[in-house]
Design a protein around this ligand. Sequence first.
Ligand SMILES: Nc1ncnc2c1ncn2[C@@H]1O[C@H](COP(=O)(O)OP(=O)(O)OP(=O)(O)O)[C@@H](O)[C@H]1O
Ligand SMILES: [K+]
Ligand SMILES: [Mg+2]
Length: 676
Amino acid sequence: MDKKKTMLSGEIASAALRQSFVKLDPRIMLRNPVMFVVEIGFLVTLLLCFVPDAFGGTVPRWFNVVTSVILLLTLLFANFAEALAEGRGKAQADSLKKTKQDVAANKVSSGGAIKVVPASELRKGDFVVVTTGEMIPGDGEVVEGLASVDESAITGESAPVIKEAGGDFSSVTGGTKVVSDKIKVRITADPGESFLDRMISLVEGAKRQKTPNEIALNTVLVSLTLIFLIVVVTLPFLSGFLDIQMEIPILVALLVCLIPTTIGGLLSAIGIAGMDRVTQFNVLAMSGKAVEASGDINTIILDKTGTITFGNRMASEFVAVQGSREDETAYWASVSSLQDETPEGRSVLELMKKNGFVYDEELAEGGEFIEFKAETRMSGIDLADGRKVRKGAVDSVKQWVLSQGGSIPGDLEANGAAIATAGGTPLAVAVDERIYGLIYLKDTVKPGMRERFEQMRRMGIKTIMCTGDNPLTAATIAREAGVDDFIAESTPEDKIAVIRREQAEGKLVAMTGDGTNDAPALAQADVGIAMNSGTVAAKEAANMVDLDSDPSKIIEVVAIGKQLLMTRGALTTFSIANDVAKYFAIIPAMFMVAIPQMQALNVMRLDSPLSAILSALIFNAIIIPMLIPLAMRGVAYKPMSTSRLLGKNLLIYGLGGVIVPFIGIKLIDLVVQVFI
Ligand SMILES: Nc1ncnc2c1ncn2[C@@H]1O[C@H](COP(=O)(O)OP(=O)(O)OP(=O)(O)O)[C@@H](O)[C@H]1O
Ligand SMILES: [K+]
Ligand SMILES: [Mg+2]
């Protein structure tokens, strides 16, 4: 495994080396104005190698040659950084493309007959049947049946997952394989628009666009470059008054040393590597902007079930209320769940069997199934004989019973509260105007949640748990998990409202979700992470998809985003501090010959003007490859508030940025003077 990895990185490195030359194309270079200026400088000194007196100068030819070589290396180093950062994604895209071979699909025609067609002919709305051993030919939703599916081609996770009709686990992805059973799938994506297609273009960086942050920083870098360009261009005129001759190659060297080449050369590598870190973490970010936004998040909205708790809310007990028996409660609980395909619904039937209670399955025949909806918080069945059976959130069922003229058993409230205070979810069971009892749905808080939320607090992030559950259960779980705030009995609309409220206060909000009812909120959030196991609607609304379907990963995504922003900030600080130091190395050297008093400014005691300039230029070049590992890996990150982080980084990278070049240039000067 390890061997394969190193071989791969060897391949990536050699491909990146090739790319470094390809990227010298001025049309590509133009996208990075700072490095484009270096390229122009390189062309000027290159010309001087062949025509030394093109501008009437007297600089020795060897100096032009050496300067050209250093400038070319500077360009190649910057290109190599970018190509290296792009490399892993390209390699991953290649392996995904292999998954995307054209498979045969069993298309169900309108008459019901099955016809084998190439997957590329499938369109949105088509139906296909997939059985054991077959590849799922396109993205879609299971409309019939249940199957275990091997999604390792996409998620890298080898354990198969269960896909079934109805509920939040119905979406399937083209390119994954059915390992047992049979499902009927409604295709939801046209060719070329599938998840796999999107994933390929994402990891390949084909659609990579500069993020708003990058554009802003780029503008600053271009402005700095322009300022130094003006300074350097006007320098010969100024020095003309002092009767000092300014040489073109020296001016080029000065310009390159002064403009922010370090960050200019590493900027795009930092962004690509940040996105790559998210991908390696098995989260697909639809844009670099989303990754950056996650670094600035102030508030995280999490749902309770499945995020903070394990989420396999299982019926664990039937609790009768005044006037009913346990077996009656169990009986009606089961009838209401006969066609309820949610995990909660199925667990009711399982508990029924386990406890040896019996129910009449035929009772449901001819009845009308009432599907669970987050809005109503109830599910059930309208029987053919006219009786209406419901189970659901206690409050909702109470309202429903009251609206039909029924009354509420005296001990319902207390029994429900007992379950809720223990962290469970009580579901009331009712037939027409009578409430029979409660179903105790059990769920547990995932281990380590408290520590995670503590970490978030140290980062200055507020956590809000939004749950459809009742206030008592919500309060218990919120307390156990240690979230900052919670909202109970929230509908999908409430989730959007919370997000909007936070955003109105100028906060950036992240949220995770998996259901169709989460889709609007996922779209409203600045960072919306959908679970890969979730519905198509959720995945389309979100700007990230977690392939592992682990909602608590949002916490690490935020950390990666923060690390990206910090790395960029740290290297920008370092780069600009560097340039200041180089200024002091070069300027005295340039004037030293004509004005001996300038020697006082030669604080670094560099050997000669030419060696001083060359040393600064060499340092300017090699600092780029030396910082590639840091740009790719990101700076070390510990959870703390943004302002403290900023202060700490300014100290390390600002001060370091001033000191390192003095030492580096002095050392290089010691070597260079041997040769000249
Ligand atoms: N299958 C079901 N039948 C009837 N009622 C249900 C069913 N599933 C859940 N409920 C009730 O509806 C409430 C809302 O459930 P839902 O799954 O929508 O919560 P949510 O908004 O997703 O938040 P969370 O995931 O944190 O619970 C639950 O608290 C429960 O009382
Ligand atoms: K520079
Ligand atoms: Mg839910």
